[in-house]
Design a protein around this ligand. Structure first.
Ligand code: GLC
Length: 562
């Protein structure tokens, strides 16, 4: 057993992309197509926002023991891995994305022992566990920053990004924080500004300092040794900033009402070339650990820039998260264009992925409505590439309206009223019709949706026509049909509001047609497919029957010749 493997072995995988015993040979590009597929290629990822998933100790906040108690739900759903948003000690200025100890668990969530127990049980159930890694910034309460701000001479000073005031006073340049206001905060005691790409409570680390790099890579090793199966790396496009501190140019497309940071184009503050070296180091570390550890990157970039994060030799992220479905207009032409562009942009051998929702964006059921959320489920689970599901989307949870006095998210507090707040999509998981939706025995930190008595896991488990039942069926079909999990993709020539494609693996070919409208599509099915069999439809009664010529309102189908 390679060092660092958990005592409970990780789940069996269909094959190995890498030999765990052997470090990557940097001279030899990794060609995934020549290897047997890795677990994360055929697998499905599920994001847990731990504050809101399940509360085991009645304090109104989710925790690790709560997650552990609910692993049965994830196994029954049929996902392969859970990515847990930050669980580290944190003052919670940004709800865990402000870390004050990278190698511990916040007492709100439990202990390291609770975490080990969670990993062991997840592995025993065939589920992998991915953690959030937040390299761009720490908390201002992190001992490193406390030291750094103690004096200009402190050895940790250079671990963060400091700058004198501009000649006439004021911040050194025009850089803006993602959460509104300048990206610089004046430190009275030492008479310099420090940089924070997000909140002032989240000072940016200096990745040009080799000690910072070493310390942060050691964090990855710490968790890998505990048996973690990989990481989602936070805000990676921010990791380096221009060393000449040049002003960002104005954004001609900015209009009032947009997030204030969009006043500027982030030319000198995001997506700098140095980032790729750092990612390669992270990846090398995971590969040397063996066991098919997965590295996912969060970068909000156009496709052409995003795909560079696979690395020149596919030695960067296994999966640079593809968020483009989240912002897309829900319209067949726009979706088709997006899929085509993404497929075309992917470098040879790079594995695609799709994300429909996360803790930063409005929920899918709120964006497109309950009926189309079913269509979206079928799309997500049948496109080529690894899908990531956001907790609660499998039951159609909606954004919950948050009264001003209930706001927690600092983004909403800093920039109120623009609809930028992220609390609505972070509300407690709706497990049952019991008090507090079965999430907790106490009033939760964020309000529970008013429809929880109808929209909850327990109820949907009993209902074959529920969204949960659809997701379970979809993931089961995906697991059974290699054409869906690993097959090639080819667009079908159908007219809006229909969207269609074929997924093929060997002799097996599965077709997918989606009606993105609430209107019946009479004779919308191309004649070549009308005699084929429906493998799965958003409309339960249709599964198993002949496809026929029409697509029902809000219907999506997967079908095959036999
Ligand atoms: C990422 C996270 C977001 C967080 C930010 C700062 O975008 O997804 O929730 O606020 O980084 O860490």
């Amino acid at each position: 057993m390679p060092s660092g493997m958990p005592s409970s072995a990780p789940p069996p995988s269909p094959g190995k992309a890498l030999n765990p015993e052997q470090p990557l040979n940097p001279e030899q590009p990794l060609n995934l197509e020549q290897q047997s597929p890795a677990w994360w290629q055929s697998g499905v990822i599920y994001q847990i926002y731990p504050l809101s998933f399940a509360d085991s100790n009645g304090d109104g906040i989710g925790d690790l023991a709560g997650i552990r108690a609910r692993l049965g739900h994830l196994a029954a759903l049929g996902v392969d891995a859970v990515w847990i948003s930050p669980i580290y000690p944190s003052p919670m200025a940004d709800f865990g994305y402000d870390v004050c100890d990278y190698c511990a668990v916040d007492p709100r969530f439990g202990t390291l022992d609770d975490f080990a127990a969670l990993v062991a049980e997840a592995h025993a159930r065939g589920l992998r566990v991915l953690l959030d890694f937040i390299p761009n910034h720490s908390s201002d309460q992190h001992p490193w920053f406390v030291e750094a701000r103690s004096s200009r001479q402190n050895p940790k000073r250079d671990w963060y990004l400091w700058h004198d005031a501009a000649p006439g006073g004021g911040p050194p340049n025009n850089w803006l924080s993602e959460f509104g206001g300048p990206a610089w905060h004046w430190d009275e005691a030492t008479g310099q500004y420090y940089l924070h790409s997000f909140l002032k409570e989240q000072p940016d680390l200096n990745w040009r300092n080799p000690e910072v790099r070493r310390a942060m890579l050691a964090v990855l090793s710490f968790w890998l040794e505990l048996g973690v199966d990989g990481f989602r790396v936070d805000a990676i496009h921010h990791l380096f900033k221009d060393s000449e501190w040049r002003d960002n140019p104005r954004n001609p497309e900015y209009r009032p009402g947009m997030a204030p940071r969009r006043q500027l184009l982030r030319r000198y503050t995001t997506d700098l070339p140095e980032i790729h070296d750092a990612v390669r180091e992270m990846r090398g570390l995971l590969d040397r650990q063996g066991g098919e550890r997965l590295l996912i990157g969060e970068a909000h970039l156009p496709f052409a820039r995003l795909v560079a994060y696979y690395g020149e030799r596919l030695d960067g992220f296994h999966l640079p998260f593809n968020f483009h479905l989240i912002g897309a207009a829900w319209e067949a032409g726009a979706l088709q264009a997006l899929i085509t562009q993404y497929e075309a942009a992917l470098p040879a051998g790079a594995w695609p992925n799709w994300v429909l929702g996360n803790h930063d964006r409005s929920r899918i059921a709120s964006r497109i409505g309950a009926a189309q959320a079913r269509v979206a489920a079928l799309l997500l689970c049948t496109l080529r590439g690894t899908p990531t599901l956001y907790y609660g989307d499998e039951i159609g949870m909606r954004d919950v309206p948050i009264r001003p006095d209930q706001v927690h998210d600092p983004f909403e507090k800093n920039v109120p009223g623009l609809g930028l707040g992220r609390d609505p999509e972070r509300t407690p998981m709706q497990w049952s019709a019991q008090a507090h939706a079965g999430f907790s025995s106490a009033p939760p930190w964020l309000p529970v949706a008013s429809d929880y008595a109808q929209v909850n896991v327990e109820r949907q488990e009993q209902d074959p026509s529920s969204l949960l039942a659809l997701y379970r069926a979809l993931l089961a079909l995906r697991r059974k049909e290699t054409a869906l999990s690993l097959g090639s993709y080819a667009a079908l020539d159908v007219k809006a509001p229909l969207l269609g494609y074929l997924r093929t693996h060997g002799q097996r070919r599965i077709g997918v047609l989606l009606n993105t409208s609430a209107a019946l599509q009479r004779r919308g099915v191309p004649s070549a497919f009308r005699r084929e069999r429906v493998l799965l439809s958003t409309h339960v009664g249709r599964s198993g029957g002949a496809l026929g010529a029409d697509l029902l309102p809000d219907e999506a189908v997967a079908f095959s010749p036999t």
